[in-house]
Design a protein around this ligand. Structure first.
Ligand code: NAP
Ligand code: GLV
Length: 309
């Protein structure tokens, strides 16, 4: 059996070595050196070229190299009867929760203000904002959103969440669907986007959404760049309605050198590093799914392509 590794973002040699520990008999080929297309039974991929996966007649399982699968949704030639699983690695969940907590606390504890004071050698104590009154609103209460919510609650924030279906999470006030959106967002001071990207969530942070946020709110996007209408966010920050943003993902990556986000004093830019796939923790999960597929069992974390996540 042969697996085709398709990614320009990930190091194939580490993946090959880690997969060999779990499944020594697995032949790993590195795209574009696919060899005979008829040998490929498994694909391990991040952002494969459109149409490529349809060219392997014996393909029986596709494992995404990331938690998001929007790249696959964009492929109109995705082979219909081949299961696609997304990667759900608890270590990535931990990384994302760290990122979100850091982004929230940086704004909440006025890091930018004290950096300016330090530059001016100014010793001046501001009042500490009351954490129990600071409201975080998390869009997406899945693997990432639910963990970030629980950990922000543990710090003492008031945490609310929004999802497609109703959820009951301890101490998290939950809202769902379009009908619950306005109530959810209107009290949110720190809006955290952890939604999957699909037709129903693209452009969700736009001028109308931003107008519903209270004055002085912050936006944290660690999901996908296409969730945000970038010009609308920039206008809302420049008008003073939105106090700032922490953005890890962008409509075009890498972010162009002349993009206004880079130099904006109220925008923190990171290069899509909130949670990175790590073969040292993820390869055994991938190997388990390949073994399940080889045994004719459904993979863990199967994606519903029609639902879009
Ligand atoms: P997940 O477990 O599939 O959870 C998705 C959540 O979004 C669920 O709560 C779901 O609602 C909700 N949702 C989906 N469509 C919705 C809609 N139309 N309206 C309201 N809520 C909706 O996903 P995850 O593992 O948490 O990952 C989320 C995303 O994070 C990924 O898709 C990926 O794009 C991004 N990500 C980014 C990085 C990075 O480094 N920046 C790293 C990893 C992942 P239900 O619970 O009701 O189904
Ligand atoms: C990263 O962005 C992922 O989806 O895993």
């Amino acid at each position: 059996m042969a697996l085709l590794f398709i990614s320009e973002n990930d190091d194939p040699s580490v993946w090959k070595a880690e997969l060999a520990k779990a499944i020594p008999e697995l032949e790993v080929r590195i795209w574009p050196d696919s060899g005979d297309a008829g040998d490929i039974e498994y694909a391990l991929a991040w952002n494969p070229p459109l149409g490529l996966l349809a060219s392997f007649p014996k393909l029986r399982f596709i494992q995404a190299l990331g938690m998001g699968i929007d790249h696959f949704l964009a492929d109109s030639d995705m082979p219909e009867n081949v299961p696609l699983a997304r990667l759900v690695d608890p270590d990535m969940v931990r990384q994302m929760t760290e990122f979100v907590i850091h982004a929230v606390l940086r704004f909440h504890r006025q890091a930018a203000l004290y950096a300016r004071h330090q530059g001016a050698r100014l010793w001046h104590q501001e009042a500490i904002p009351d954490t129990r009154k600071a409201t975080i609103g998390i869009m997406g209460l899945g693997m990432l959103g639910a963990d970030a919510a629980a950990n922000l609650d543990a710090i003492g924030f008031r945490v609310r969440g929004w999802s497609r279906r109703p959820h009951e999470l301890a101490n998290i006030e939950s809202f769902h669907g379009r009908n619950g959106f306005e109530d959810f967002i209107s009290e949110t001071q720190f809006l955290v986007c952890l939604l999957p990207l699909n037709e129903s969530t693209a452009d969700i942070i736009n001028k109308d959404t931003l107008a519903l946020l209270p004055e002085g709110a912050y936006v944290i996007n660690a999901a996908r760049g296409d969730h945000v209408v970038e010009g609308d966010l920039l206008n809302a920050i420049n008008s003073g309605h939105i106090a700032g943003a922490a953005l890890d993902v962008f409509r075009t990556e890498p972010l162009a050198p002349d993009h206004p986000f880079w130099a904006h004093p109220n925008i923190h830019v990171t290069p899509h590093v909130a949670a990175l796939t790590n073969p040292l923790t993820a390869a055994r999960l991938v190997a388990k799914n390949i073994q399940r597929a080889a045994a004719g069992q459904p993979p863990d974390n199967l994606v519903d392509l029609r639902r879009g996540y």
